[in-house]
Design a protein. Structure first.
Length: 199
């Protein structure tokens, strides 16, 4: 075997290996869902994951973990508590048997911040992005990134009520108009009832 043949063989093997790794990574990430900070702070992702509704791997970029750590170190009490809850949520997701959740290295966050980093990663990894952040949702969709929005999912899962149906609703406060009263359904939907202030 000549030196030229050996070099060509090594190049062929290396190219084949790189192509295989790239395809394997694309196939693996196509099934993946990237989680952003807002979803972890919100916490509903845990219930969804435990339900078995999600079969994809959940990826938490290191930049999201860093953002939560930064928020947890801030002086503002509310943000600190939310960030700590988000960090705890990562541990909870990692402990769920029916779904695989892992923190993944994603390099340094560029000058545009974590949101732009998530969009870039979703494109690179051909993954979906899970967020409840309105602006990130819009920005990702404009850039052709598939978004899983938990607020939209919750809205889609609400029970539908037809006009004329009778419901029991506890009226808890006065409405804006003099004759109105306000109550709430079990899912948090506000119900305004006319001519009910007296009740």
């Amino acid at each position: 075997m000549t030196l030229e043949t050996l070099i060509l063989l090594v190049i062929f093997i290396e190219t084949s290996f790189l192509a295989y790794n790239s395809l394997a990574r694309q196939k693996q990430s196509r099934e993946a869902i990237l989680l952003d900070t807002s979803v972890l702070i919100d916490g509903r992702i845990e219930s969804i994951a435990r339900s078995g509704l999600i079969t994809s791997k959940l990826l938490i970029p290191q930049s999201v973990v860093r953002e939560l750590q930064f928020m947890a170190d801030k002086a503002d009490h509310d943000k600190r508590e939310r960030a700590r809850y988000g960090l705890e949520m990562i541990e909870k997701l990692q402990s769920i048997d029916v779904v695989r959740a892992e923190v993944v290295a994603d390099g340094k966050t560029d000058k545009y911040g974590v949101d732009e980093q998530l969009i870039v990663l979703a494109k690179q990894w051909n993954a979906r992005l899970c967020t409840i952040d309105y602006n990130l949702n819009k920005s990702a969709r404009v850039q052709n990134v598939t978004v899983v929005n938990i607020n939209e999912l919750a809205h889609a899962l609400r029970v539908s009520y037809l006009p004329g149906e009778t419901l029991d609703v506890k009226l808890v406060q006065n409405g804006q108009e003099n004759s109105q009263a306000v109550g709430y359904l079990d899912d948090g939907t506000m119900v305004v009832v006319d001519d009910a202030r007296k009740f």
